[in-house]
Design a protein around this ligand. Structure first.
Ligand SMILES: Cc1cc2nc3c(=O)[nH]c(=O)nc-3n(C[C@H](O)[C@H](O)[C@H](O)COP(=O)(O)OP(=O)(O)OC[C@H]3O[C@@H](n4cnc5c(N)ncnc54)[C@H](O)[C@@H]3O)c2cc1C
Length: 452
């Protein structure tokens, strides 16, 4: 039995380098908390790992005691996959080391590192790797699921830059996965999220980026349809160096608005020329585009994404941003129940789109647009109306979509939609590395022969 007095927990503590926390211990509530305030789960035990040895100990302990396991990197899974009820939460958030090999342009990052922390370390050398768009997001979950970001047109998604990983597998072994070592595992980790083991070290390719030309232009909501049609032209003709987002938001004065967020990562002068039409169209009511460090670009929407809010998100991947999809988005945006909610249209093009879908587990290379309906509100009593609105919008966009979903944006269990054409191969690799589905508190890939 797993109690504080139980001899097994005491045994674990003797060889554990970090901290083992039970529900009665100080800090329990703080550590089990994740980004999404809607998630209130109570693990029986939390292991706060400080090294690979601790992760191995945690995996072995959970196996011996037949416990459900959840793995928490940055805790930003909106579905709350980082924390489970009643099981063992393997908390990696204290493992924050980053080593930069500037000569070979490779960074090694531990799994508790947040995007902002990672960028600050590599930027010291004038080098960065593609990440996401909010600095507090965990590098681990973002990279293992995909990683859309401001540099993906030029340098691919975060996962395309994963050169190797150290992984603790379900049987407690420590493996190195790369193109040459456990290549199937390496293939599966790049998009298969937390299904194949606990990654204790990420080796990521770095690129020379010192400044980007980025920021936002803001337009009144009344012109949303026209602005989104213009955005489509911009996105569909963007060179690799330019990655763009559009968003329907409510600005601090309470008005709704539509925002275009470009990020150009080539020479600034060339960027000024390429971005000029974005600055003149409309014209916008505000133009906040300027040269800045990538680390700053990565914090532009931080304030809009505070931890602890109630969140319910749904995503649709689109092969084209049709007039029908735009009109549907605008019509639903007009009825948004919460001023904190955002409809985000993101882009997958350039280098990220040229990777063959069979190259890595992430399969959705043919959907240049994604629509993320990100509902966020403060008071739990408003859940019903916000969830209903999110579902309605996502269902209304579904006919315009590819049927696929992004694993890192998915709330519900829809593995075949999340992994697409790669699902069968992922099941085979899962059967080999995790035949008993030990790692299942995630967007789950079932081993062959296991039913729901
Ligand atoms: C505010 C916000 C902004 C976001 N922006 C972007 C964006 O710009 N681009 C984008 O692509 N996505 C974005 N996302 C989605 C993001 O990629 C996912 O939420 C991702 O899961 C976050 O990773 P994490 O480590 O913080 O999450 P966690 O909740 O810790 O983990 C998420 C999943 O990964 C698994 N996992 C975590 N660490 C490990 C590990 N070391 N080994 C094995 N499995 C592990 C977990 O078990 C879980 O299944 C955003 C999310 C939020 C909340």
């Amino acid at each position: 039995m797993i109690t504080e007095k139980g001899s097994s927990v005491q045994e674990l503590k003797k060889t554990f380098h970090g901290r083992v926390i039970s529900p009665t211990n100080d800090g329990y509530d703080e550590v089990r908390r994740v980004f999404n305030g809607m998630i209130d789960r109570r693990p029986a035990l939390i292991t706060r790992c400080v090294n690979t040895h601790d992760v191995v100990q945690s995996v072995r302990f959970a196996r011996e005691h037949d416990m459900l396991v959840s793995v928490r990197g940055g805790g930003h899974s909106v579905a709350g996959h980082g924390v489970c009820d009643g099981g063992l939460m393997i908390d990696l958030s204290l493992m924050k080391g980053v080593e930069v090999d500037a000569k070979n342009r490779v960074a090694k990052a531990q799994p508790g590192v947040r995007l902002g922390e990672f960028i600050i370390e590599t930027e010291k050398y004038g080098l960065v790797s593609p990440t996401g768009t909010v600095s507090d997001t965990g590098l681990a979950g973002l990279t293992l699921g995909g990683g859309y970001g401001y540099l993906s047109g030029k340098y691919g998604m975060a996962l395309d830059n994963l050169l190797a990983a150290e992984v603790v597998t379900a049987d407690g072994r420590v493996l190195r996965a790369s193109a040459d070592e456990h290549p199937n595992l390496y293939w599966a980790l790049r998009g298969g999220s937390g299904n194949f083991g606990v990654v204790t070290s990420f080796e990521l390719k770095l690129h020379p980026v010192t400044q980007v030309l980025g920021g936002m232009v803001i337009h009144p909501f009344e012109r949303a349809g026209e602005v989104l049609r213009f955005y489509r032209e911009v996105a569909d003709s963007a060179p690799d160096e330019l990655t763009t987002y559009a968003a329907l938001v409510t600005v601090p004065d309470g008005h709704q608005a539509v925002v275009i967020t470009p990020c150009y990562c080539g020479p600034i002068e060339e960027g000024e020329r390429i971005i000029a039409p974005i600055r003149t169209f409309g014209p916008p009511i505000a133009d906040l585009i300027r040269p800045m460090k990538y680390s700053e670009m990565n914090t532009l929407i931080d304030e809009a994404n505070p931890p602890g809010m109630q969140n319910y998100w749904k995503g649709n991947l689109l092969r084209e941003l049709s007039d029908g999809a735009i009109d549907t988005i605008v019509e639903h945006a007009a009825r948004v129940p919460s001023p904190r909610s955002v409809i985000l249209i993101d882009q997958l093009h350039g280098a990220a789109s040229r990777v063959p879908p069979s190259e890595a587990a992430f399969a959705h290379r043919d959907t240049p647009h994604g629509v993320m309906t990100m509902s966020m509100w403060e008071d739990p009593v408003d859940a019903e109306v916000n969830i209903a609105w999110t579902r309605e919008l996502s269902a209304a966009i579904e006919p315009f979509g590819s049927g696929g979903i992004y694993v890192n944006g998915a709330y519900e269990q829809r593995a075949s939609a999340a992994y697409g054409a790669n699902y069968d191969r992922l099941m085979e690799i899962k059967t080999y590395y995790d035949p008993k589905n030990f790692f299942r508190h995630n967007q789950n890939i079932r081993p062959k022969g296991q039913v729901a």
